[in-house]
Design a protein around this ligand. Structure first.
Ligand SMILES: CC(C)(COP(=O)(O)OP(=O)(O)OC[C@H]1O[C@@H](n2cnc3c(N)ncnc32)[C@H](O)[C@@H]1OP(=O)(O)O)[C@@H](O)C(=O)NCCC(=O)NCCS
Length: 192
């Protein structure tokens, strides 16, 4: 459980990266978020799998916003700074039944292949270690989700074990704060 002060800090947080702004979701994001959730290719390995109706996308968005209220951290809306377009969501997910707080990501397809997920997830990792003070961060990824695995590895996460969650087989990738700090100090640092 985070302290009240830290919870307030986290909830009011927005993070800027060179090309992106990670900020809280607002009702005005709903149509773009529903479009992302309606894309079966984006949702192939996400959550309970598969495209969501607008009704289910609304409920999911409400869950993401509520997660911040209950945990003090959660998923940010990722906005492209040059256009203000909603790119996707990146951040933390720790619902009841999860093994550990997870760093997760999902971007709308037009924004794949630009390094945006890496840029946003790097900022989120830094927030986890430096602001929230977490000792480690995990990502839970379907074994066939190659893009996501590439991203996790590029962030410095390492495969630890397989697990089954809500009937889905997943791979748990993890990074410890010490390894993250060491990678940042190395001249060949992969983590920005
Ligand atoms: C997983 C996901 C976020 C990865 O997105 P991504 O854009 O491939 O990830 P990155 O930000 O690491 O970008 C890497 C790609 O951008 C390219 N790139 C272009 N400009 C770049 C830059 N300035 N910096 C870094 N990479 C750049 C890289 O070469 C690489 O291209 P490649 O895919 O052809 O190898 C995205 O595929 C997605 O949203 N998938 C659906 C949702 C999902 O499965 N979520 C995970 C559930 S566990």
């Amino acid at each position: 459980m985070v302290s009240e002060r830290l919870q307030h800090l986290a909830q009011s947080s927005s993070l800027d990266t060179p090309r992106l702004r990670l900020r809280q979701f607002a009702e005005a994001d709903f149509s773009d978020y529903a479009a992302l959730c309606a894309d079966g290719e984006v949702m192939r390995y996400v959550g309970d799998r598969g495209a969501l109706s607008r009704e289910d996308a609304w409920r999911q968005l409400a869950m993401l916003v509520g997660h911040w209220m209950l945990r003090g951290y959660g998923m940010w809306a990722v906005e492209e700074r040059c256009s203000s377009a909603l790119v996707g969501r990146v951040g933390f997910h720790f619902p009841e039944g999860w093994p550990e707080p997870e760093l997760g990501w999902a971007l709308a397809r037009p924004y794949w292949g630009r390094g945006y997920a890496f840029e946003a997830a790097s900022a989120a990792l830094r927030f986890a270690f430096e602001t929230l003070g977490w000792p480690r961060v995990v990502s839970l990824i379907a074994p066939l989700n190659r893009r996501s695995i590439r991203l996790a590895v590029r962030l410095g996460e390492r495969f630890e074990r397989n697990l089954v969650l809500r009937s889905h087989e997943l791979c748990l990738y993890a990074i410890e704060r010490g390894n993250w700090q060491a990678a940042r100090l190395s001249p060949q640092a992969a983590v920005t």
